[in-house]
Design a protein around this ligand. Structure first.
Ligand code: GLU
Length: 454
């Protein structure tokens, strides 16, 4: 019925806790719909609960929205013709609207509170996901408390009217409020907006609704753990919507093109933290080198592996051609997430790296690893060019001669220079460390081994 109106949607959070998956998904669906239709996306802060609203919650919300790239056309920081966008600053407007209800006999005072007089007719809620729902609101309800504070239902509807909201896309938990809201719209002489109540998000296991307390619920956590915001956003899109062709990883421009309210699934969506982590890994492995570099540097810096402004102990430039760029180039395809970065490649930046506690045992299974390391060391001290193909040939010759496998050499040397049994491609790793560093680390290892043996 509102098909001809310009599309104006809003996200209307109450800043009472941290920004969570459910809220972010609601914000995202509104944003997608606005962008799909070329409409406007409004951020309205429903801060009418002085007891529970906090400055911190507001920060978490604003930062989280920005981090996810859900920029708003009107709202805090963006301004707009329908402000203020904080309900706590709109008292004047609410008083005027309540005045209208009094004038038409739809509001009256009782016990110090202002009450709304219901119509006695069932309210028709036109919902694009649930279909038409009719519900009778049987009893009058309070719209302004005796302390003068307006009730959620009242201000929510007034603002949707005052801000010319065309579609209300929100969580299904609000479906039961909608009959009150439709009554209020009609009492103000307005056509209610089109509703779209999006299904709940269930916990990973069981039939319970995902709550703010569940693991993986906080958007801020993903940010702290260096998730790629586009990956989190992509995952959130799939919580109740899909492009219907089995694809899961899609550029946001394409999601915007395909997204529509009719495509929202009526069934509850299930949150899957592992899938989100996997999707993030896919994004990490696909990052352009420059972007990976920009994201990796501060992570390695706060892990104490890189100092500010310096690429490495062997520093040679800062860009993708520098040492850090080379490390990332060989590690990227193996990363599961940026959070793993310090653990995965810390040894490139320090000789003081942890050792896989099972490593020595593993490399000792086919005999004394020190002997193999010594052979390898001899070869690179000699005239073997320090270059992937030559090193590979050299290791093959050592294996042929001793009757061992090339892997026996590779594992021993890898463990000696990195402490690890897995990691980036072996020859790439050697090249990035460089001949001198590899030599020094192997000698170091033998030295320690010698001490251990005697
Ligand atoms: N402030 C309400 C909430 O956070 C908004 C409800 C709505 O979107 O209409 O749930």
């Amino acid at each position: 019925m509102n098909a001809k109106l310009p599309v104006r949607v809003r996200f209307a959070p109450s800043p009472t806790g941290f920004f969570h998956i459910g809220g972010a998904r609601t914000a995202l669906f509104n944003w997608l719909y606005a962008r799909h239709c070329g409409g406007k996306f409004i951020l309205r802060i429903e801060d009418t609960d002085r007891q529970r609203d906090t400055e911190e919650a507001l920060r978490s919300l604003i930062d989280g929205m920005r981090w996810l790239g859900l920029e708003w056309d009107e709202g805090p920081g963006a301004g707009g013709p329908h402000g203020p966008y904080f309900q706590s600053e709109r008292g004047e407007i609410y008083r005027e609207y309540v005045g209208q209800l009094r004038d038409t006999g739809r509001a009256y005072d009782r016990d110090g509170a202002v009450w709304f007089r219901v119509s006695g007719q069932p309210a028709l809620i036109r919902d694009r996901i649930r279909g038409d729902v009719r519900r009778l609101e049987e009893k009058d309800f309070v719209i302004v408390r005796s302390d003068g504070s307006p009730v959620f239902h009242l201000v929510n509807v007034i603002d949707d009217i005052a801000m010319d909201i065309s579609h209300v896309i929100r969580g299904e938990d609000h479906l039961s409020n909608s009959s009150k809201h439709v009554e209020l719209f009609q009492a103000f002489g307005r056509e209610p907006p089109t509703f779209a109540h999006i299904p709940l998000i269930l916990k990973t296991v069981g039939s319970g609704k995902m709550s703010k307390r569940d693991s993986g619920a906080s958007i801020e956590d993903y940010r702290r753990r260096h998730y790629i915001p586009a990956a989190v956003r992509n995952y959130l899109c799939l919580l109740g919507w899909s492009p219907k062709d089995d694809r899961e990883i899609l550029p946001i421009e394409e999601i915007i093109r395909l997204f529509d309210i009719d495509g929202i699934n009526g069934n509850n969506a299930r949150f899957d933290e592992k899938k989100l982590a996997f999707m993030d890994g896919e994004y990490v492995r696909a990052l352009p080198p420059e972007e990976l570099l920009v994201r990796a540097r501060p992570i390695l810096q706060s892990a104490g592996l890189l100092s500010a402004g310096e690429s490495s102990p062997q520093s040679e430039g800062d860009g993708c051609d520098g040492y850090l760029g080379a490390v990332l180039r060989i590690c990227q395809e193996k990363l599961r997430g940026l959070e793993d970065l310090p653990g995965f490649c810390g040894y490139f930046f320090s000789r003081d790296f942890p050792r896989d506690p099972k490593g020595l045992e593993k490399i000792s299974k086919t005999g004394d690893p020190a002997a193999r390391i010594r052979e390898f060391l001899e070869a690179i001290r000699g005239d073997c060019p320090f270059e992937e193909k030559s090193l590979e040939g050299m290791v093959r010759r050592l294996a042929d001669k001793s009757g061992l496998k090339t892997g026996d050499y590779i594992h021993a040397v890898r463990h000696a220079v990195s402490g690890q049994m897995v990691g980036p491609g072996f020859y790439g790793l050697l090249m990035v460390l460089g001949r001198e560093e590899v030599q020094a680390r192997l000698e170091n290892f033998l030295h320690t081994q010698g001490l251990l043996q005697d």
